[in-house]
Design a binder for this molecule. Structure first.
Ligand SMILES: Nc1ncnc2c1ncn2[C@@H]1O[C@H](COP(=O)(O)OP(=O)(O)OP(=O)(O)O)[C@@H](O)[C@H]1O
Ligand SMILES: [Mg+2]
Length: 321
């Protein structure tokens, strides 16, 4: 297994107490696999990716858990070692491309620096690799684009450049956190196809994060549905989407206006996610669940296997199985 997250907990110390942002997260990504995380805003998707990258804010505490990369626990690495791993082994693409780009440096120069840093190439070879990196993300006129500043490019072009930078080392794992959210729908699909193509061609594993079930269903072989910092359901994408078992997954699917049109935006589900400063004793979704039972308010359900590789955390499983 390339990446294995085991029983990960993340909390934040703040003025009003401790926010339990992640609770008992388990996730595995094999070499060459695309795994998706889906969930509403605040469900802990970004915190999961930042924990892997060692980029959590200073007030974060990790009371329990392991993040194994090729068997090595990233939580035990020194800051410098983690820094080396980022970019070289693990590439990242975030929602807003400008945050990953140097505003005052030409595109070609930015790529040159990253390629020079990670690959043992001569000056001439590095220059060639810059052009190739731009071609790999389907940029026409790479020489022309290399000579531009980020602000001279469109959002979609910028995100392609960020992907080229993230893939430059090249990494074994790409973490893409809402990489298309800030883009137009048509551009979104070009970027998703690009990520899928790089995954196929180079065998790069991808952790793909989105609040949009349509985007996820199109991209990932396996998905993990998160709610209030916990995994409520996980399994093969096709299985989870055609036979969802958790009421939260079902309502996410129902909120899709037309599941045949995956580019439709996700609509909000009635009610609000619980305050993570004071987690409910029972199931975190119980307040919003249409099938809530007494036990749901009293006890927290366990994530159990409901079918091959299909895990669900819901008291209904106990009752109906
Ligand atoms: N620095 C922080 N201090 C305290 N709590 C935090 C901090 N960062 C995140 N949290 C908590 O963790 C929760 C999960 O945040 P996260 O950014 O992972 O959500 P998300 O699923 O990525 O949402 P979105 O779809 O909006 O990006 C937040 O709702 C918040 O309660
Ligand atoms: Mg996020």
């Amino acid at each position: 297994m390339l990446l294995e997250i085991k029983n990960l907990y993340v909390s934040f110390n703040g003025m009003h107490g401790t926010t339990e942002a992640l609770k008992n997260i388990n996730l595995a990504i094999d070499q060459g696999e695309i795994v998706g995380i889906v969930g509403e805003s605040g469900s802990g998707k970004s915190i999961t990716s930042l924990a892997i990258l060692g980029l959590l804010e200073k007030n974060a505490i990790i009371p329990q858990g392991e993040i194994l990369y090729n068997g090595e626990n990233l939580l035990k690495l020194k800051r410098k070692e983690l820094q080396e791993l980022r970019g070289k082994e693990i590439g990242m693409v975030f929602q807003e491309p400008m945050t990953a780009l140097q505003p005052t440096m030409k595109i070609g120069k930015q790529l040159y620096h990253v390629i020079k840093k990670h690959r043992n190439l001569s000056k001439q070879e590095t220059k060639k690799a810059v052009i190739q990196a731009l071609k790999d993300v389907h940029i026409d006129n790479p020489e022309l684009v290399a000579d531009k500043y980020p602000f001279e490019l469109s959002g979609g072009m910028r995100q392609r450049i960020v992907i080229a930078l993230a893939m430059a080392a090249p990494p074994n794992l790409l973490i893409a956190d809402e990489p298309t959210t800030a883009l137009d729908v048509t551009i979104q699909y070009e970027i998703i196809n690009l990520i899928k193509e790089l995954n196929k061609k180079r065998g790069t594993s991808v952790l793909f994060i989105s609040h949009d079930l349509g985007v996820i269903s199109n991209t990932c072989e396996r998905i993990m549905v998160m709610y209030a910092g916990e995994v409520v359901e996980s399994g093969k994408t096709e299985k989870v989407l055609t036979h969802p078992r958790h009421p939260y997954t079902k309502s996410l699917l129902k909120a899709l206006p037309d599941s045949a049109a995956p580019d439709e935006p996700l609509q909000a589900i009635d009610g609000e996610a619980p305050n993570l400063l004071q987690r409910p004793v029972g199931c975190a979704f119980s307040d919003r669940c249409s099938q809530v039972m007494d036990v749901c308010k009293r006890d927290h359900p366990k994530l159990l296997e409901s079918g091959p590789g299909h895990h669900v955390s819901c008291w209904l499983e106990k009752v109906t199985v």
